[in-house]
Design a protein around this ligand. Structure first.
Ligand SMILES: Cc1cc2nc3c(=O)[nH]c(=O)nc-3n(C[C@H](O)[C@H](O)[C@H](O)COP(=O)(O)OP(=O)(O)OC[C@H]3O[C@@H](n4cnc5c(N)ncnc54)[C@H](O)[C@@H]3O)c2cc1C
Length: 234
């Protein structure tokens, strides 16, 4: 695994994906190319001992321009910084870091479960896998409180149409009439949809409570603890 190194980049573009979700493209300056594995993150310093982690939403195929995506609703120092980013601004961070990565040599069937903005590493992993010629089955259960918080929903639907081996399930706690996805809590949906854990590896990302509940459901079905990989955003 690569060692995290200090980096400098320039904000190239800022897009507001939803009222509280902001995506930024960063043009690498130092180093000019940033090598990382899909699923890894960078840490942004805010003083001596304060850092915030942001996961790389883009794929390693684009080492000169990387994309980060944040839910700025928490409103703390990281959210304020992210929301205020403007094209041309210089940013410093350290990276890459993190072991929430899937190696295509892993023969197991992979199930991804994401809670809201926790989908960012999974977006990078799935895009890199399928656009890199991965033909094997994988599934994503993407859960949010409401449909407006399903970040990258359109992209995952498109990925599912282009790559039939990829199954996309979108689920929310509550939705307006006419909602065509699943309804309920994430762990209950995993419980209902996952029948066979034989040869499975699960990647769960989002809040700690969701990770614990989803892990408990999968372990009750017979999956061993080590086969549930997780990334705790909050
Ligand atoms: C490995 C890792 C990768 C991460 N990647 C991303 C990423 O790609 N995008 C992203 O938006 N955030 C990501 N985070 C979370 C991010 O580092 C910050 O915690 C987040 O931006 C909030 O920081 P803040 O300073 O605004 O709020 P803080 O003052 O630090 O947090 C306020 C409170 O909100 C909670 N919280 C943080 N995020 C959320 C959330 N999304 N929903 C609900 N509660 C939350 C915190 O636990 C805390 O209790 C990641 C965290 C980790 C550990």
């Amino acid at each position: 695994m690569r060692k995290p190194t200090p980096c400098v980049a320039t904000v190239e573009a800022v897009r507001v994906l939803a009222p509280d979700v902001v995506e930024v493209d960063l043009r690498m300056v130092e180093p000019a190319e940033f090598s990382f594995d899909a699923g890894q993150w960078v840490s942004v310093p805010f003083g001596e001992k304060t850092v915030r982690a942001y996961t790389i939403a883009s794929t390693p195929r684009s080492p000169r321009l990387i994309t980060l995506c944040a839910d700025v609703a928490p409103g703390g120092i990281g959210s304020k910084w992210f929301r205020a980013l403007e094209p041309g601004q210089s940013v410093r961070f350290k990276g890459p870091t993190g072991g929430f990565v899937f190696h295509r040599s892993d023969p197991r069937r992979v199930l991804f479960v994401a809670e809201e903005i926790g989908v960012v590493p999974i977006r990078s992993i799935l895009t890199a896998l399928y656009e890199g010629g991965f033909g094997r089955p994988a599934a994503l259960i993407h859960w949010a409180r409401d449909p407006g918080r399903l970040v990258y929903d359109g992209e995952f639907r498109s990925l599912g149409r282009r790559y039939p081996a990829f199954t996309y399930v979108r689920a929310v706690r509550s939705a307006p009439a006419g909602w065509r996805g699943d309804l309920g809590e994430s762990a209950a949906i995993v419980d209902r949809l996952v029948h066979d854990v034989n040869g499975l590896v699960a990647y769960v990302s989002g809040g700690g409570e969701t990770i614990d509940r989803v892990r408990a459901v999968l372990m009750a079905k017979g999956l061993d603890r080590k086969s549930v990989r997780w990334e705790k955003f909050w």
